[in-house]
Design a protein around this ligand. Structure first.
Ligand SMILES: [Cu+2]
Length: 176
């Protein structure tokens, strides 16, 4: 949180000293942002979106969604709620937000809170597939905070090995 404040002050200082095109428009340009190495805090939460209904309203899916992705869950009629045997439930594990942008050379603080699912095997790779955050098991109820610099333009992929391929997030790094 403090990082945002420092970055904002630095950008504001760049504008008022009149050294950038941003002065003309009143808005910081990509050049202003590139003038200082930015510190960028990203907060994500691992969640399971869930939906349920009952067979008297809608027939259950003919294909078990958990066969489509390990990140989808399915509780068939009878499994979802013993007291309501017509009830069925589906879910999808996600990182939220699952898409964020950053600028080249940003210093990133990525903080992920695990709200749903007991375990996730999480790894971050850069646009060339190199490991930035080594695969580790992240458990429910904990917050995991990692620091790294993005030194390549392109997509950094955060992926959960247990709930692949659908439980993923992208940090898209833009050039200045
Ligand atoms: Cu997962």
């Amino acid at each position: 949180m403090q990082w945002h404040a420092i970055g904002a002050v630095a950008r504001h200082a760049a504008i008022v000293t009149g050294i950038s095109a941003g002065m003309l428009t009143g808005f910081p340009t990509a050049a202003d942002v590139g003038a200082q190495p930015r510190r960028h805090s990203i907060y994500m939460t691992a969640v399971e979106f869930r939906g349920s209904t009952s067979t008297d309203k809608l027939a259950p899916p003919s294909i078990d969604p958990s066969k489509l992705s390990q990140g989808y869950t399915y509780k068939a009629p009878g499994q979802a709620d013993p007291l309501a045997p017509r009830r069925w439930e589906v879910g999808s594990f996600q990182f939220s937000p699952s898409f964020v942008t950053a600028y080249l050379d940003d210093s990133i603080m990525l903080s992920v809170f695990i709200a749903d699912g007991d375990h996730h095997d999480v790894q971050l790779t850069d646009p060339d597939g190199r490991v930035v955050i080594a695969k580790a098991t992240w458990d429910r109820g904990r917050e995991y905070t990692k620091f790294f610099q993005v030194d390549k333009v392109g997509d950094y992929h955060l992926e959960c090995g247990i709930h692949r391929p659908s439980m993923t997030a992208t940090i898209m790094v833009l050039p200045h």
